[in-house]
Design a protein around this ligand. Structure first.
Ligand code: NAP
Length: 477
């Protein structure tokens, strides 16, 4: 148990009833499981709001005193099972514009990999910066960092300034954390000077039984999905939506061809759906026959297995090989008859040279990440002579996240859930993503005692189709 000085530890999550050490009488001791019982019994929101708050809750976190534990270890060998702990932490105070959400399920995002291997920098630097901003920010700068940037659950308390959400609301959480009193957040909030990603650049993230979020991070839970299916979408779906659909991203038009790297990964699995829904033609790049088959199953016919093709974009650590870019570009063209109007980039250093080369004259390379390295090299002649644009993108503003969530709620975009782990095994789940052993998204059960719970609209589920909803799960099994 990690508790700030001066606070008393409550019982563990199993200790709903404890014996008073002083009087020897049975006393009731609230835990987060009290919320689970109430949610399971479907009690009205005002009863949920009246339940006493526990002092502590179960959470997955990294520790400030361990940020050097992987010094000298190669990135790929850094093991999140060693750095991610699951234990009780203190319930933080609630700010007026915030809500407590009892988290039924969460998901692993790549930022949990970054947090757990302390790269590119330990996330405590973010928490300390936030800690200096205000009294409420100061809550975040702790000896531990509760990670996780996705959640599905139930609102159990709201602060005095919250208007649109009530205890009992079933919600998903998006991770754009902005200060709405900052004028720079009032156009595109992703341009806000102090925009942050909840659970990565803030504390009290979603891989836990309880979380603290700003009310403007809340969105309705898709009624036809289970808790774990609902929990995996917000971060990756919203990011892919902004990159492909939004005017802030590549603003895809009907008929566009879109090259999607990592097309069965977290981002890619949503990117291909936005391309297909918008009347575009996706070209998916993946790294195994099983992933090729998965893409065919979900309606993508133009697929490249990059491992089978054996591209060597880098002849050595310092030199790229243009003939390999050409071979790649030719392979894309042979599949769809043209160069891609849009390249959906995130692998970074390994692929950016090829992406800039392969993109169509006048096309857009939209990038949100650099998994394989952020010091990027490409041949600028291919960019300027062919009037291409490299567009940076990062998560999504509330409106974009809301619109992307609406597509999930309507069954027009499907969750890419391939595997589910209990919170206790968050380290193992994160390792799967770190080592690229997964497909789509990995869900994590927090308060939800088992999979398949939380479906409120079975008719819509039937209309969307069980087969389609579970395509990634079947492949992940
Ligand atoms: P993911 O689930 O691990 O998927 C990434 C996919 O990229 C993998 O499935 C892999 O597919 C492919 N890949 C990995 N290394 C590659 C390489 N060297 N060359 C070509 N392909 C490679 O991760 P994700 O959730 O999609 O996230 C991807 C990146 O985006 C991460 O760095 C993450 O931090 C970042 N991200 C940024 C934002 C943002 O808002 N800025 C949001 C979400 C994610 P194959 O092996 O099948 O090719």
């Amino acid at each position: 148990m990690i508790m700030p000085a001066g606070r008393q530890a409550a019982g563990t999550v199993m200790d709903a009833v404890s014996l008073s050490p002083l009087y020897g009488t049975a006393v009731w001791w609230p835990t987060v499981n009290t919320f689970l019982d109430a949610i399971t019994a479907d009690v009205p929101g005002d009863e949920l709001a009246a339940l006493p708050l526990p002092d502590s809750y179960r959470a997955a976190f990294v520790r400030r005193d361990e940020v050097e534990m992987f010094n000298g270890v190669a990135s790929v060998d850094k093991d999140p099972r060693k750095s991610l702990h699951v234990d009780e932490v203190a319930v933080p105070e609630l700010a007026p514009d915030e809500a407590y959400v009892a988290v039924m399920a969460s998901s692993i995002n790549f930022n949990t990999v970054w947090s757990s291997i302390f790269e590119p920098i330990p996330t405590f630097a973010f928490l300390d910066r936030l800690g200096k901003e205000s009294r409420w920010g100061a809550r975040h700068a702790l000896a531990y960092h509760v990670v996780g940037s996705d959640a599905a659950g139930v609102v159990v308390r709201v602060g005095s300034a919250v208007r649109n959400w009530r205890p009992g609301d079933r919600v998903v959480v998006h991770c754009n954390y902005v200060d709405d009193q900052d004028p720079s957040s009032h156009d595109d909030s992703m341009l806000a000077a102090n925009q942050r990603i909840w659970g990565f650049e803030t504390n009290f993230g979603g891989l836990a039984d309880l979380t603290v979020v700003k009310a403007n991070q809340l969105m309705p839970k898709p009624r036809h999905l289970s808790w774990e299916e609902s929990a995996v979408n917000a971060l990756c779906n919203s990011t892919a939506y902004r990159m492909i659909v939004s005017r802030n991203g590549a603003d895809m038009q009907q008929g566009d061809t879109v090259l999607v790297w990592g097309a069965t990964g977290g981002l890619g699995s949503y990117a291909i759906q936005h391309v297909l829904n918008g009347g575009g033609t996706p070209v998916g790049v993946v790294s195994s026959p099983a992933k090729v088959e998965l893409l065919h199953d979900v309606g993508v016919s133009a697929v490249i297995d990059r491992r089978a093709a054996g591209y060597r974009f880098w002849a050595d650590e310092h030199t790229q090989d243009e003939s390999e870019w050409r071979r790649f570009g030719k392979d894309v063209r042979s599949l769809v008859g043209d160069d891609p109007d849009i390249v959906f980039e995130h692998p970074g250093r390994q692929t950016m040279g090829a992406s800039v080369f392969a993109c169509k004259r006048g096309g857009t390379i939209v990038t949100c990440a650099a998994t394989s390295g952020y010091m990027i090299e490409y041949d600028n002649r291919h960019l300027w002579m062919k009037l291409k644009t490299i567009k940076g993108s990062h998560f999504a503003n509330y409106r974009e996240a809301w619109d992307a969530n609406k597509l999930i709620c309507e069954g027009k975009v499907l969750p890419a859930l391939s595997a589910v782990y209990p919170l206790e095994q968050v380290g193992e789940a994160t390792l799967q993503v770190h080592r690229n052993l997964h497909e789509g998204k990995i869900g994590v059960l927090c308060l939800a005692p088992s999979e398949g719970l939380g479906i409120e609209d079975p008719e819509l589920r039937a209309r969307v189709g069980e087969e389609r909803l579970t395509a990634y799960r079947r492949h992940g099994a």
